[in-house]
Design a protein around this ligand. Sequence first.
Ligand SMILES: Nc1ncnc2c1ncn2[C@@H]1O[C@H](COP(=O)(O)OP(=O)(O)OP(=O)(O)O)[C@@H](O)[C@H]1O
Length: 374
Amino acid sequence: MDSLVQENGDSQASQADRQKDRSETGAAIEFRSVTKKYGSHTVVENLSLTIPSGKITVFVGPSGCGKTTSLRMINRMVEHTSGEILVKGQPNTESSPHELRRSIGYVLQQAGLMPHRKIIDNIATVPYLKNVPKKQARAQAKELMKTVGLSEDLANRYPAQLSGGQAQRVGVARALASESDIILMDEPFSAVDPVVRADLQQEILRLQEKFHRTIIFVTHDIDEAIQLGDYIAVFATGGRLAQFGTPEEILREPADDFVSGFVGRDRGMRRLTFASAQNLPIHPLEAQDTPWQKWQLKIKDGMPAGWETEGRTIPGGSLFVEGGTLRDALDSVLSSPSGWGVVVDRQGKAIGLLNSDDVLDATEEERYRRYGVA
Ligand SMILES: Nc1ncnc2c1ncn2[C@@H]1O[C@H](COP(=O)(O)OP(=O)(O)OP(=O)(O)O)[C@@H](O)[C@H]1O
């Protein structure tokens, strides 16, 4: 298993500890020296990787680096050339591709819904195949529609009558209906616009808190990987696993130039995603409300409604939802026209203000805590 976290600069001891943790929580899937070739072309090279149960593991990397191939080898949609893939401890070659596909949920980029079947029947596909009585399967599918935030009114529509985001929710509901504890997701949100995508990402995190499935999620977007992954496997061109670790580990200590290039120049900003903003002082809303200040926060029905200056109202910046990260806090002060970040509660009501000096000091403290030097 040395290649699991190869070259990532961690001490051998901490690698061993992490590996131990994974085996204690149970490995859902294990790739053992797996290679995939098409003719003489190697698309996945000697992949060794342990995917822990009940967590989201993201495969990320540039186009053509073998992420989808690696995902598909799990349920034998693609057969590996050499090595071994264990699914819950059993070599996947011991089950037929047919069995594997029924027992492992799969969500595709275009949701992969059957166009001539109603939404409810699309969701109930696997239960039908398993001979669950139709009435029961449909009742369960309706429940799942609620779970993934879809209105029951959509049950009798056809896939072409849904938006991209709704179709993806149906895809997720269908994967949950299979009651599989392993779900493969291949770029499921790449075809929807950024706002819907952010909603769907939140939905996955919410569902995961409830269901604790083993999710393997493919994306080429490092931000999506950081947002969703408990663990991230970074693939490099040529089907090589460049690094495996938590998002924080990968941002803090990229294993090589390829990984550091891939995680990007603004990885310092991304790292703030893992720093809590809980110690930041929240100033009262009145703090900026002084005659000598140019800006005044407008509030309507308790919600922030922009900043007023010299008789003009200017839309506010991003809001800092209480309990957010240091990255959210920094964004709220940088994007606010007044330089004050607006703190809201979970219902969106304005409850206070962040001061930019406090936030910048906190980013310095975070660096100090991490590296031990100012
Ligand atoms: N059936 C096939 N026959 C030959 N080559 C293939 C086949 N399927 C995939 N490949 C090649 O294998 C490599 C890896 O493809 P794969 O789809 O796994 O990459 P990926 O990292 O998922 O890329 P993307 O993000 O673009 O989907 C690519 O060079 C691709 O052209």
